[in-house]
Design a protein around this ligand. Structure first.
Ligand code: IMP
Length: 425
């Protein structure tokens, strides 16, 4: 048996969905532990493209148990839409989906307040109510999945929260207040539809581990968006790093076997915030087009840049990756010279460690090492030996710098466009 964690090593959108989908084959359970429907995990199966926001990507494999852990913030409306779409494509949800009782719910007032807050101070969020929902959780005002089973508790929480939110909406933002009865009725309806999935997820997961099952923990977003270890305040509101698995599911750190960092062969970021290696000329635009770098949840164009080893070393440190998967290598095909950031220069100082100061991140200059590109295509290659020599050198350079083995290389969108150097399972 093994427990394997999948973590984005950059600012999200590294292509985790495809690697999770691949590893699910050998797993019994797939578990989400943080984030919410701000995530958009794209998986291509045959000619069909699926974008999953809340349900673990493992659902696309027959018979795999999929769990939404307590660390996730769940929008019931988004979830029901996702269930409907998947069911219409013949995917069995009822037998395989479980939701933690103590998972927090996104409420309409979270979305309403975020909409207003973004007008005052722009983070460039997905506007799915993620931040305000985690705020309520930490402030101990949150509505949890289990509250759906107790209408009087649900009602009293909505009443108490709306008292504050409606005050803010009216008096601070000059916006329309929300209707308590309408929200209550709506959530009672969701309760009816979702109650069959609600369980003690921590018990289920730990029993599965004890009985020797293979478990995959599917991270969302990426390390540099982590609320503690990312580019604060331009981050999401959850712990996206490997440590988030333990708090977000109730599994002990002693029970985590492997942690795989997903590294896109270049870097992207969506939303506001510092991005030292961003390419601002037409090459950035070319990479965006070729890589299809548009948000899976919001459709926003992603900012594109060179690989940043300073950020990646930070990711290796805070996650403790036991292996790495490189994705989208084929997007770099045909670029004559490939830059890799090996340090930052800030004023007269050379920095090798990822800075905590926003001021430094915003104003540092990347120090680049230039590597020769390759003219041949890597798209769809399945054997490492068949990769162009310069692409192998690029991968070796990354591996040597990060001191973590590259175990998987993805060379295209389809399931079988992949090189397995060493299977993590
Ligand atoms: P939020 O998670 O909606 O609060 O957004 C906070 C920041 O995280 C914004 O910069 C978003 O663009 C970014 N973000 C949230 N989810 C994702 C994701 O799945 N991929 C990439 N960026 C994300």
């Amino acid at each position: 048996m093994a427990t394997v964690v999948i973590i984005g090593a950059q600012w999200g959108d590294e292509g985790k969905g495809k690697i999770v989908d691949f590893l699910t084959e050998k797993c019994d359970y797939v578990v989400r532990f943080q984030g919410g429907c701000n995530a958009g995990h794209t998986v291509v199966v045959g000619n069909e493209k699926y974008i999953l926001h809340l349900i673990p990507s493992g659902i696309l494999h027959k018979g795999k148990k999929c769990i939404i852990g307590n660390g996730v913030v769940l929008d019931p409306l988004g979830l029901l839409k996702e269930i409907e779409t998947l069911m219409s494509k013949g995917i069995d949800i009822d037998e395989n989906l479980y939701i933690a009782k103590h998972c927090h719910l996104i409420m309409p007032y979270h979305i309403a307040i975020e909409e207003q807050a973004e007008k005052k101070k722009k983070i460039g969020t997905t506007k799915k109510g993620i931040g305000p929902c985690y705020t309520d959780k930490i402030a101990r005002n949150g509505v949890r999945m289990v509250d759906l089973l107790y209408p009087e508790v649900l009602r009293s929480k909505i009443t108490a929260n709306l008292e504050i939110i409606n005050f803010l909406l009216k008096n601070l933002y000059g916006a329309n207040p929300l209707d308590e009865q309408q929200i209550f009725t709506q959530y009672i309806d969701y309760a009816e539809k979702l109650k069959k999935y609600i369980i003690d997820a921590d018990v289920l997961i730990n029993k599965a581990i004890e009985s020797g099952k293979n478990i995959l923990f599917e991270g969302a977003q990426g390390t540099l968006l982590d609320i503690d270890h990312g580019t604060y305040p331009y981050v999401t509101s959850s712990n996206t790093i490997a440590g988030g698995v333990c708090t977000g599911t109730g599994v002990s750190p002693k029970k985590i076997d492997k942690i795989i960092g997903i590294v896109k062969a270049y870097t992207t970021r969506v939303g506001e915030g510092p991005f030292p290696t961003e390419i601002k000329d037409s090459l950035g635009e070319d990479i965006r087009k070729k890589g299809g770098e548009y948000g899976a949840t919001t459709g926003r164009p992603r900012r594109c840049g060179w690989l940043d080893l300073v950020g990646l070393k930070h990711a290796v440190r805070v996650n403790g990756f036991t292996g790495i998967a490189i994705t989208k290598l084929d997007i770099l095909d045909g670029i004559e010279k490939i830059k890799v950031c090996v340090g930052y220069k800030y004023r007269n100082t050379i920095l090798e460690d990822f800075p905590k100061e926003l001021e430094i991140l915003q104003n540092c200059t990347p120090i680049y090492e230039e590597l020769p590109g390759w003219k041949e295509t890597t798209a769809g290659i399945k054997d490492y030996e068949n990769l162009p020599k310069n692409s192998q050198k690029y991968l070796q350079f990354i591996e040597d710098s990060l001191k973590v083995k590259i175990q998987i290389i993805s060379t295209g969108q389809k399931r079988d466009e992949i090189i397995i150097k060493e299977s993590p399972l």
